[in-house]
Design a protein around this ligand. Structure first.
Ligand SMILES: [Zn+2]
Ligand SMILES: [Zn+2]
Length: 258
């Protein structure tokens, strides 16, 4: 399996996942131009993309989704409740609104879903499986719930949120209500929360962790890395784990899972 971020953060999110011959996007928060450049970089041929999965209705995850789906002639999948909130739902006839189902497969990829703790109508993370290897996308959550832990424990690849440094957020320019929202159980994971969760999720099978959805105002890549890693000092598996940060508006190099 292979995966990478195409863009990541509050201005747009799009994650690329490949298993066998199947290429999928998680969220469509990027422009066609940025997507085309990334797909060329990842050597995805015209017609290769199979679907866009929408995790929740926030604009940073859906802004470019309808344009991408129409340009590539691919379906958009979302939960039934999320579809009701998508700004472009009227452009899709009911039979064109594909919904998530447990145990579903798209091409070579098996899919499973887990509920996130976030202020959207039905936010989900996605777990992909191909040939016994698993990659999950888990951003936009204020908590790591027990069911998330169960799904994400000791998997090969993780795209995992490290949204903010709590001190930067508290002292920063955001209005009070927005700070409270981000810090809440339905907001976003701080770097320290992310590191604490990863300390229990990373196992002997884990190969790569891509820290994602960093706040532009309340985080910095090197700070996210430092604060996350500060929680991983006692993790016995770190010598075989590649940990890196998803850039805001450029693709991360492809990460390969063996
Ligand atoms: Zn988001
Ligand atoms: Zn969100």
């Amino acid at each position: 399996m292979r995966f990478a971020s195409i863009c990541s953060g509050s201005s747009g999110n799009c994650i690329y996942v490949n298993g066998g011959k199947t290429h999928i996007l998680v969220d469509g928060g990027c422009s066609l131009k940025a997507l085309n450049a990334a797909l060329a970089q990842f050597s995805v041929t015209e017609g290769g993309l199979k679907a866009i999965l929408i995790t929740h209705e926030h604009s940073d995850h859906v802004n470019g989704a309808a344009r991408i789906a129409k340009r590539f002639g691919i379906p958009i999948f979302a939960s039934a409740l999320t579809w009701e909130k998508l700004p472009f739902r009227e452009d899709f006839l009911p039979w064109q609104r594909h919904t998530f189902e447990y145990g579903m497969e798209i091409g070579d990829l098996g899919l499973d879903f887990f509920r996130l703790s976030h202020d959207a109508v039905q936010p989900v993370g996605v777990l992909f499986e191909h040939n016994g290897k698993r990659v999950a996308v888990a951003t936009d959550t204020g908590l790591v719930t027990p069911s998330m832990c169960k799904m994400l424990s000791n998997i090969e690849g993780l795209v995992f949120e490290a949204n903010h440094c709590t001190d930067l957020l508290r002292c920063g320019p955001y209005p009070y209500y927005l700070k409270q929202r981000i810090l809440s159980a339905h907001g976003h994971l701080s770097n320290i929360q992310s590191g604490m969760a990863l300390a229990s999720l990373i196992g002997e099978r884990t190969q790569a962790v891509l820290l994602a959805h960093l706040s532009h105002i309340n985080n910095r890549p090197e700070l996210a890395m430092e604060q996350v890693c500060s929680q991983l000092c006692d993790c016995p598996h770190m010598e075989h784990v590649q940990i890196s940060v998803a850039p805001r508006s450029t693709p991360h190099p492809l990460i390969e899972i063996y």
